[in-house]
Write a new protein. Sequence first.
Length: 810
Amino acid sequence: MSLPAQARVVIIGGGVIGCSIAYHLAKIGWSDVVLMERKRLTSGTTWHAAGLIGQLRASANMTKLAKYTQGLYVQLEEETGVATGCRWCGSMTVALTEDRKEELLRQASMARAFGVEVHEISPAEVAEKYPHLKVDDITQALWLPSDGQGDPANITQALAKGARQRGAKTFEGTKVTKIHKDGARVTGVDWETEAGDTGHTACEHVVIASGMWSHSVGKMAGVNIPLHACEHFYIVTEGIDKLTQLPVLRVPDECAYYKEDAGKILLGAFEPVAKPWGMSGISESFEFDQLQEDFDHFEPILEQAVERLPILAEAGIHTFFNGPESFTPDDAYHLGLAPGSENIWVAAGFNSIGIQSAGGAGMALAQWMDTGEKPFDLGDVDISRMQPFQGNKRYLHDRSTETLGLLYADHYPYRQKATARGIRRTPLHEHLLKAGAVMGETAGWERANWFANEGQTPEYEYSWGRQNWFENQAAEHRAIRENVGLYDMTSFGKIRVEGRDAEAVMNRICGGDMSVPVGRIVYTQFLNNRGGIEADVTVTRLTETAYLVVTPAATRLADETWLRRHAGDANVVITDVTPGEGVIAVMGPNARNLMARVSPDDWSNEAHPFGHAREIEIGYGLARAHRVSYVGELGWELYTSSDMTAHVYETLVEAGADVGLKHVGLHAMDSLRIEKAFRHFGHDITCEDHVVDAGLSFAVKTEKPDFIGRDAVLKRRETGPKLRMVQFRLRDPRPLLFHHEPILKDGKFVGYLASGNYGHTLGGAIGLGYVPAEIAKETDGWSIEVAGERVATDASLRPMYDPRSERMRG
Ligand SMILES: NCCCC(=O)O
């Protein structure tokens, strides 16, 4: 078969991911699907994967996608006739600490909410399912009967065959040597075969599914794919006579997983400090290769494993394996349309869970490519969450020492990464540290999450209960509710859209009315054609021809990309001005009083009403004051050029000393916003959530003739919402909510929480979640499952705190 001169799509990489994408594209009817693999299918990392097929993942989306994978593999052998080696032996995860017990119980609750069968089991039941295992120190165990294991190479071959049966073509020994582009579009690829033939295939799309080579393949196309290979170790024992067929076992507290296959045990590790590999490039000849063994590195895991499963000591080690796998800066894989490109797609960085993710990832990407829209929320894995700096190799090296181990570390809420920090700092960084700031990181930004009191160690102590900053958060929360607080929001994404067509472009992209007077601030969403929310922003009209779009830090690149894609050929210039402006929020009933002390301007409601921005004087400098609020109180966000941010801060702090101005962190901000039921993009509102269901219909102006999503909004307004977002408050003030906890009505699962935090004014944990519209108005019979316990809860469609928004508008 000769390589075609033309294809609809060229997939670069013949591992399990590339083959799954080919399979799914072919399945939905794409013709001219061509996959090019530089060596043999599976020869990069797929061939040496352990082949575990587990559905319990750290997030909702990844759990849903892993569940799809499991369903696909159940029927793949029958469909293709290729023996996949899949065995539905179930899996167990055991906890050895009280903290891990809580994590497992919470995960079980979440998984159940998504329809994954999961059972909490006792140590005695573990021993029954896994003879010879030491169980006396197990605090909790989960059993997932529909999990399993398979043969990674055969699963890949089955997917490839399934793709070929539907017309896709796979070419081995074919290396892509160049990616041709015309502006933001790929036009084709050059390739070279092992036989020395060279050629060009013109194509409409390229998918980079090149495993650990993706970073460098991305560079060929000017696409940033932040990932790095790390050494991943496992051993395989000789056959052990006493063994019966066993389920997959995970003992995350000992960094270990176990897979029984043909009477042998494969023991793999996710050790706390990993060994990055391939920093200076991966050899051209790499194919079915393995790396130098490092017994000293693996020994601590093995020692614990031998105590856990003493029969290991009786077995010889047949294979000591070390092979590279790629890891991303946040342990979630990369999927989707590369920012800055119209037809380069990415599926890479599978963090050692490629086999169990491949089905779902392939299905999701194929649907996205087919329709041009994400089929459902993929925020956790969307490549557009990655910042340009995250392609830096030193950053990737240092971060990947940590991320491999985090797979099995305790996934505490609010856990911060320890490596490669301090990259993006605001002009207030040192000032805030002096004030006791404990920093967290988002998109590389160091942001104050809470402030330690004098004498208190400014460090997180993680747990599943009230962490050491709970009372600090409470005090910061109260300062904003009762007096005045200050927080640094410099990390906001700030994007200027300016030019002759700016108004028309903004009206087309935003649900809100952008034909507003200069100085107006509009809270709005970017909608997709289904009415789903792609971005949640405030837009300020700065001049007749210039708008400032303010976005969450985490979504700046995604939002800018959306703006660029939909601006088309219009006469506008779009500029990221994020680093140029600092933002200080001054919020609370005493904010007006404080502002009057530092600025000669008139701070009355009449002079500066809610939803307006104006230039002001402050201290010796200038700022633009935006009258908005994400915390439900009177206040202003002060935008200053970065050179003046520190001065504005010092002026506020000095003047605030005698009115009790308090530094406030983002944990308190989140607690304040959830009491007011303000939606948080990425949790409460995503591309999957219809703006009408989200309760944000008020922000959409369908009187405008034409904008993206208009028809979907009109239709949903006519039919009424399918789901509605409800605010919940646990009646018992002790348990905590994070997100993903199942919502029950009269004892039946009806949804799950999209976000959660503690409401220090409302006096209990608060959650927001979607439930079917027909029951949303009911006030009785609600409960939330927290770590297996059902907790009675109040429910309200209107914000429980200040439902008429009198405080922030007053
Ligand atoms: N590649 C190893 C997967 C480990 C796990 O599924 O827990």
